[in-house]
Design a protein around this ligand. Structure first.
Ligand SMILES: Cc1cc2nc3c(=O)[nH]c(=O)nc-3n(C[C@H](O)[C@H](O)[C@H](O)COP(=O)(O)OP(=O)(O)OC[C@H]3O[C@@H](n4cnc5c(N)ncnc54)[C@H](O)[C@@H]3O)c2cc1C
Length: 532
């Protein structure tokens, strides 16, 4: 990485151990009408690099910094390393291939420089993690995708090895001399008089304290748990959607960055997620910090958030909104369909299926071939999710009104007309020519075999795309268009890499995490290393 003279001067001073001062401001807009308040905290730790957030991006950053010789502290708000990444299915790689030009053609709204960086470095990233002893398994010969932790045999009947893989990643960090502070939340950045970031204020059960550092990496994930941000950036119904993540992703890293003058990226309006069954009471509190910390089997969370959302089969049926009308090409892919669901009234839609589709579902294994074999609709019902069933479309409409009303009116007559129009087009082979085209993964078939099913869903958010603006050294860019000395960020805290559809989630976060560890260590070393 090239350091400018300005960066170097800004980063040269380290706040002396003992007490650290910071200027407290709270607004996301980065300014406050309140007079600046100076508060002192006891400095409990001093290090080269402090990483906030122990998901996949934070772990890659922490391990790579420790490997390069930095004295690293990793702070994690929850009681576990792994974050949302623990729940992931484990498909790991650039979804449109590791050749950037080809991938960019499919994801043309992405940041081209960051996108190219991820694709160009994906191969060496996999070599690096394999070299660390973390297992990956090629999805298929020649595929850029690998399974994180390897592929579990279907007969073992569980999800991927993602959680084990991330715990192992956390252990490697400790073996390399790093320190992990669980139950510790970063709340403010420390800066020196020149504006360089010199550490952070963290808070654990005993209260706030300072960690001084030469560099800070924000790997705090996205902001889908902040309902105000969801409404502001995604749409007027988005606060009714479901955050599909650990309950700590409230944009704290982004807010901390903005407080010290960081610029926001593009892409705040799009995100990755899948429609979630409604009502969300089936989550039984796992989406709160208390509920999450009480979870004994992380596979259950995976299944709740993901395994039953039926995204693999939604293109075999049709979605209608509360008006009873189709609003999206169901074959667009689950994530794009989901973003349209979020824009509907109450962020709500209904997936309409018939017994013919259910037969296909029964025979289709799902997600690493092991999450839920057999009948996933039965499984949804067992888990307490709503599946409306009826012997005719008219009865289905009446039951939707009765069973899912929730203060929302549902237009059953429109729904019956919509199904009839779809069936006619499907039978004639003209579903692609409907006013809202239907171009599924299998040829459209009339929904005419009873019983009929309606699965009410809401939009879900697994990964937000907007965050702090970074450059190709993962340095956070200030509103003056210059890097903020000492401050680095990794997606989801950093943004812009994806826009519209998803293509690199954990792989992009990992590649940029590793890079941020290397670059921040070089920067810290240029300012003199903290004693190990
Ligand atoms: C069910 C499911 C399946 C998925 N499957 C896949 C898949 O197969 N492939 C794929 O690529 N992606 C998948 N994803 C998406 C992917 O897992 C996430 O988008 C990604 O893991 C997010 O990584 P992250 O490091 O940004 O965030 P996280 O993993 O959530 O890490 C952020 C961490 O920061 C912590 N934190 C937040 N604020 C603070 C703070 N102020 N101080 C300290 N710590 C803080 C959080 O507790 C968390 O541990 C899936 C997601 C879900 C929910």
């Amino acid at each position: 990485m090239e350091q400018t003279r300005r960066d170097f001067i800004k980063g040269a001073g380290l706040v002396a151990a003992g007490a650290a001062a910071f200027t407290g401001v709270t607004a996301l807009a980065g300014c406050s009408s309140q007079p600046a308040e100076k508060t002192a905290f006891e400095t409990k730790h001093e290090c080269d690099v402090v990483v906030a957030g122990a998901g996949i991006g934070g772990l890659a950053a922490a391990v790579s910094a420790a490997e390069k010789g930095a004295n690293v502290i990793l702070v994690e708000a929850s009681q576990h390393v792994g974050g949302t990444s623990r729940f992931a299915a484990g498909a790991f790689g650039p979804r449109f291939g590791a050749e950037w030009e080809a991938a960019y053609a499919k994801a043309p709204m992405s940041d081209p420089e960051l996108g190219k960086l991820v694709c160009d470095n994906w191969g060496s990233y996999v070599e690096w993690i394999d070299g660390l002893g973390l297992t990956t398994e090629e999805l298929a010969p020649g595929s850029p995708y690998v399974w994180m932790g390897g592929k579990r045999p279907a007969e073992e009947g569980s999800k991927s090895y993602t959680d084990e893989y991330l715990q192992q990643f956390g252990d490697i960090f400790v073996e390399k001399g790093g320190t992990t502070l669980l139950g510790t939340r970063a709340i403010k950045l420390l800066t020196d008089d020149a504006g360089a970031v010199t550490g952070l204020v963290a808070e654990d059960a005993e209260g706030p304290f300072a960690i001084t550092a030469k560099a800070v990496i924000l790997a705090t994930g996205g902001w889908q748990c902040d309902k105000e941000m969801c409404t502001k950036y995604i749409g007027r119904h988005a606060d009714l959607g479901q955050a599909q993540c650990v309950p700590y992703l409230d944009g704290s890293g982004i807010k901390m960055g903005v407080e010290v003058g960081a610029q926001l990226s593009r892409s705040f309006g799009s995100y990755y997620g899948h429609p979630q069954p409604w009502p969300m009471t089936y989550l039984n509190g796992v989406d709160t910090p208390e509920g999450y910390e009480a979870v004994e089997n992380v596979d259950d969370v995976h299944i709740l958030y993901y395994g039953t959302t039926e995204h693999s089969i939604q293109s075999m049926g049709i979605y209608v909104n509360t008006e009873g009308k189709r609003f999206v090409n169901e074959g667009l892919g689950s994530s794009l369909v989901n973003q349209e669901v979020m824009q509907q009234h109450m962020a709500r839609a209904y997936l309409i299926l018939d017994e013919g589709v259910r037969d296909i579902i029964r025979q289709t294994p799902f997600c690493n071939a092991a999450v839920i074999g057999g009948d996933r609709i039965d499984h949804m019902i067992e888990k307490g999710m709503t599946v409306v069933q009826a012997d005719s479309i008219e009865e289905l409409g009446a039951k939707i009104v009765a069973e899912t009303a929730d203060g929302v009116s549902f237009n059953a007559a429109n729904m019956a007309a919509t199904v009839a129009a779809y069936n006619e087009a499907a039978a004639a082979g003209t579903a692609e020519a409907l006013e809202v085209p239907h171009l599924g993964t299998v040829p459209a078939t009339p929904l005419s075999t009873p019983p009929f099913y309606a699965i009410p869903v809401v939009g879900g958010i697994m990964a937000t795309f907007g965050g702090l603006k970074i450059n190709t050294d993962t340095q956070v860019i200030g509103t003056d268009a210059q890097p903020i000395a000492g401050l680095y960020a990794v997606p989801g805290a950093a943004g812009g890499i994806m826009n519209g559809d998803y293509w690199c989630v954990m792989s992009g976060y990992s590649v940029l995490g590793r890079l941020s560890g290397e670059v921040s260590t070089a920067y810290a070393q240029s300012a003199g290393s903290a004693e190990k």
